[in-house]
Design a protein around this ligand. Sequence first.
Ligand code: BGP
Length: 492
Amino acid sequence: MTKFSENFLWGGATAANQCEGAWNVDGRGPAMTDVTTGGSVKAHRMVTYIDKDGNPGAMAKMKGGKLPEGAKYAVLDGYYYPNHDGIDFYHRYKEDIALFAEMGFKTFRMSISWSRLYPNGDETEPNQKGIEFYRNVFTELRKHNIEPLVTIWHFDTPLYLEEHYGGWTNRKLIEFFGRFARTCFTEFKGLVKYWLTFNEINNTVMFLELFGNKATDEDYQKAYQTLHYQFVASAHAVKIGHEIDPENKIGCMICGITYYPGSPDPNDILKNRDMWEKGIYYCGDVQCKGKYPTFAQRLWNEHNVKLDITEQDLIDLKEGKVDMYTFSYYMSTMLTTHEVKEKVSGNFSAGAKNPYLTYSDWGWALDPKGLRYYLEMIYDRYELPLMVVENGLGAYDTVEEDGSIHDPYRIDYFREHIKEMGIAVEHGVDLIGFTPWGCIDLVSAGTGEMRKRYGFIYVDKDDEGKGTFNRSRKDSFYWYKKVIASNGTDLD
Ligand code: BGP
């Protein structure tokens, strides 16, 4: 008997801004990633602008950098913007989908670029060219019997909305997002059934104090307000999606990190519990249970946060509960109140180093058991179908002289994670799908690098944007194909 259900959705995941390219083609408007430069594990990506006196400038947004008063985001000469051409999925999607089909994908997770459908974000009519592109992609997927799994928002609010409305700190965004979501559900009805509203929605709060950043009460106020508007926007999308097609299955998407206390000191235990609440449960509870958890008030009080929440918002949250819980999982993190001897330092990873784990070249803890822990904890809490919609190892790959790419490290990584998923399923968890991240190499979100590769499929492009963009199969391609064909039983 196989552990995974017969209809288990094996596949892979990507996001529009990291793979489509064609950033200013066919009427698409710019998003934040289009004014974000490349970086590395040591150097943060920069966001570029022209200040009020016309001088060029750049700031590290992830390090807490802010746009100076009066400045405007801008694409500047002398900088490289890796998302502009991504991996050119926009023009090569047929070839890519054929490769996914060759691996036996049952599903493919991708996102819709908001500014491809609504270039500024506040228009009333969508850009037909954008709709046409996604319709073609979904049709192509269906041709290969691949079920699309579509993220509506994957970090790409149109830049215009950031500049003219202050982004998600403005309630107006709920309306604009609602229109965008309605267009997606209407136009792609019958082609798409599985949807995710906001990618890693919890990042807004979870990353506030990462990289040693000190967040102020004002930062918290903005972050919690942003989240509230996104929760309401997500709930509206769920309601609209169900109205348009009751067949739609709509999920939340949480950045899943398994937190461990660094010691049995009750202070560490509490710190750890607080992080689960603030980082993981806060968003999951609102989206799955349709209401704020008890501890929300405590979190707001800690930073004097006063939120704009209306009675109608609370009704909407209740009526817009998600159908499934999906999440990304890359690592666990250890938390302690004690002085830390050895720290982890990588992009998107921080905290005390766990002596029982090894770490990737980007400082991410490799912890397959942490995935099982997360699956079992979350299933118990919500009892909703779960999907692991991102997981994977960002690593340096070497192309041999004959063009082959041997990536046993990636195979080992997946083997161990899939084993743990299998155990969770044996323990009763309703896991319905697995879409490894960057199933085809793409631009890293955190560092903007190409050399941080996740794919089963290699893309010939380097960190200066040079290369043929040709695709080739890594060893892991053949391995994953076997895994899918055996429904997760042949992991050798
Ligand atoms: C998640 C994002 C993805 C993706 C992934 C890997 O946070 O949802 O967009 O990029 O992490 O991160 P990175 O690209 O920094 O290696």
